[in-house]
Design a protein around this ligand. Structure first.
Ligand code: SF4
Length: 111
């Protein structure tokens, strides 16, 4: 895989947000640090491992936490943002929402 740049990952994150009808966290410093984490993971592991989680050792074992992770849709719907709070429900912060720590559904029963 070719080396990912911060710009590549920024474009990727914007594309995911647009495609899913989400928005990126408007806190630019926070979002930049997550984009950087995704970039480091992509170049280290070869895929966009969630920057808020640890690898289980292989792409196959990490399939549920490759960004956008398998839990993101339910989390955005329920809490207004994904586990990392990179992606937010459209209008979440404009409506006064503040991202908070939410439970990591990885390894727990769906729901
Ligand atoms: S919680 Fe999921 S959607 Fe959010 S940054 Fe991590 S992998 Fe991506």
């Amino acid at each position: 895989m070719t080396e990912k740049s911060i710009e590549d990952t920024g474009r990727f994150a914007s594309m995911v947000a647009a495609k899913q009808g989400w928005e990126l966290n408007p806190d630019a410093d926070f979002t930049d640090s997550l984009v950087e984490g995704l970039t480091v993971n992509a170049n280290r592991y070869g895929y966009y491992l969630c920057p808020c989680r640890d690898t289980e050792g292989s792409r196959q074992a990490d399939a549920d936490v490759i960004c956008p992770c398998a839990y993101s849709w339910a989390d955005v719907e329920r809490y207004g943002h994904c586990y990392c709070a990179l992606y937010l429900r459209k209008g979440f912060t404009a409506g006064g929402g503040v991202p908070t720590g939410i439970p990591d559904k990885r390894g727990s029963a769906p729901g």
